[in-house]
Design a protein around this ligand. Structure first.
Ligand SMILES: [Zn+2]
Length: 226
């Protein structure tokens, strides 16, 4: 297949995904990449198996006293944290409409997408925030055919996952499943140069900094994307 995923999360990012140490927003981005990528699905299964082995090999409580106090601690935690399990009532959204186009959503995004904010539109670009905590903001980003996001640099981390269509920037070409990570050292101009619309998932840890355009336009643009 000519359009296979080429840009993957690093091994360290996958390890943090598997051991649960990522923020929910970054974890959702990696989970969505996995929906597209059998290669990383296999890798994360291996990492999980390794984690399970190292957990099993960890030294157990040496004496009965340790064992008892551990059990007491576990039971106390169970008492304080046990709540009736309520299944998520968020409706499953399998398709999304924006800019007059329909997109099929990957499984990982189907529940959260019902909670998205309304679309903000600027030219051929639209964004909709998904619920998030700090420090990461997560949103859906629509880029219509033959449309560019204004050139910008980053004050923090920008992680972009292509969900549909394709996108190019100064570093390469990206297809659905490709994960692009930019840091404050990177300046780029993401563009959709194809005749099909593009949909991305974007995680930002700080507002973008735009390089062009009139100064008075910069702040509204920053708010639009963040
Ligand atoms: Zn991958």
């Amino acid at each position: 297949m000519g359009n296979s995923v080429k840009h993957h999360p690093s091994l360290s990012l996958l390890e943090q995904f598997c051991d649960g140490s990522l923020t929910p927003e970054v974890a959702l981005l990696v989970a969505t990449h996995l929906d597209f990528c059998p290669h990383c699905q296999r890798l994360s299964k291996d990492i999980e198996a390794d984690l399970a082995c190292s957990f099993a090999a960890a030294p157990v409580a040496a004496s009965q006293d340790d064992w008892l106090s551990m059990m007491q601690q576990v039971l106390a935690e169970a008492e304080t944290t046990a709540k009736p399990v309520t299944p998520s009532t968020d409706p499953v959204v399998t398709n999304l409409e924006v800019g007059g186009h329909q997109f099929e959503l990957p499984r990982a995004l189907q529940r959260l997408s019902s909670k998205r904010s309304k679309w903000l539109t600027l030219g051929g670009i639209a964004t909709a925030r998904l619920p998030s905590g700090e420090p990461h903001h997560i949103s859906l980003l629509f880029i219509d055919k033959n449309t560019a996001v204004p050139q910008h640099t980053h004050r923090g981390l920008e992680m972009t996952l292509v969900l549909a269509g394709e996108m190019v920037d100064e570093q390469g070409r990206y297809v659905p499943g490709d994960l692009i990570i930019n840091t404050p050292d990177d300046t780029h101009t993401p563009r959709n140069v194809s005749d099909d619309p593009c949909l991305c998932l974007s995680v930002l840890s700080a507002p973008l900094q735009f390089k062009q355009g009139m100064t008075r336009l910069l702040n509204p643009l920053q708010r639009f994307f963040y």
